[in-house]
Design a protein around this ligand. Structure first.
Ligand SMILES: [Zn+2]
Length: 272
């Protein structure tokens, strides 16, 4: 059993918890096999924010004290020892950014990247972060081409097939072969809690096969199919299998809590 303070971190078949520098996080088993890749699924634990944002909130847009968010971001950056750090004001788009040079951004200024929902790079030492509370952060890595990526997929992103677009981008921009790509789908709203009362208006008919009971849908399964239909082998896809709404002591859940924070999922290719 892995605990942080009085909190027990839930485990799954695909995720293993760690703690370094007093900040707990998870790693995926498959992605963790690559020594040149750093990836971390942070939680809400180990930060400075107060309720209802306690404690490792990484979003300035939730109503939290900006200085506490800034300190939380510093902790994440220090924990990963990356020279550059990038994230965006996400907007449920399918706009993806290829980073071929290091961004010259102060870590507080995310507005220049307004409206972006994913990053890809081959540059070492560049930490790319996605902020979530029920939405999926999807980590992608091609060890053959050494291309790392991370995307934000809420239900709107799923409707836009952002996962499939990310694989297409890795092929077109980096010449990746989809069978080489490894994917990790982070803690997010599970089929237990994905209620969509307006699903007939909001979701395409093709999602009906993922309906698990009246008004509930399996978005983990939707992402898995979008990735496999793009050529990523099923054996290369790890689903965290941890529902954010079912684990509010460890993860932020917008559905479960309303006014709350966002936790970080981040990836980088290591320096050297
Ligand atoms: Zn749940």
């Amino acid at each position: 059993m892995f605990t942080f303070g009085n909190t027990v971190l839930p485990v799954s078949e695909t995720l293993q918890p760690f703690a370094e520098n007093s900040i707990p996080f998870y790693r995926f088993h498959l992605l963790g096999r690559f020594a040149e890749l750093e990836h971390r699924v942070f939680t809400r634990l180990g930060g400075t924010s107060l309720p209802p944002f306690a404690s490792l909130n990484v979003s300035y847009d939730t109503g939290d004290d900006a200085l506490r968010v800034q300190e939380n971001l510093h902790r994440i950056r220090n924990a990963t020892e990356c020279s550059s750090f990038i994230y965006a004001r996400q907007s449920h788009s399918s706009n993806l950014v290829v980073l071929r040079e290091y961004p010259h951004l102060d870590s507080r200024v995310d507005y220049p990247l307004h409206g972006k929902d994913g990053f890809f790079t081959q540059l070492p030492g560049l930490l790319m972060m996605i902020k979530v509370a029920d939405c999926q952060a999807i980590l992608l890595y091609d060890p053959a081409k050494r291309v790392a990526g991370i995307i934000h997929a809420g239900w709107r992103g799923s409707v836009k097939n952002i996962a499939g677009k990310a694989i297409q981008l890795m092929v077109s921009q980096f010449n990746c072969n989809p069978p080489d790509i490894i994917a990790g789908v982070g803690p997010s709203l599970g089929p237990c809690c994905s209620e969509f009362r307006n699903w007939k208006q909001d979701l395409p008919p093709t999602f009906s096969r993922f309906q698990v009971r009246a008004n509930y849908f399996d978005f983990w399964g939707i992402t898995e199919v979008q990735l496999t239909e793009s050529g990523v082998p099923r054996k290369n896809i790890e689903i965290a299998g941890l529902c954010t709404k079912c684990h509010p002591e460890v993860f932020y859940s917008y559905r479960g809590e309303g006014k709350t924070g966002r936790f970080a999922v981040a990836v980088s290719i290591k320096d050297g």
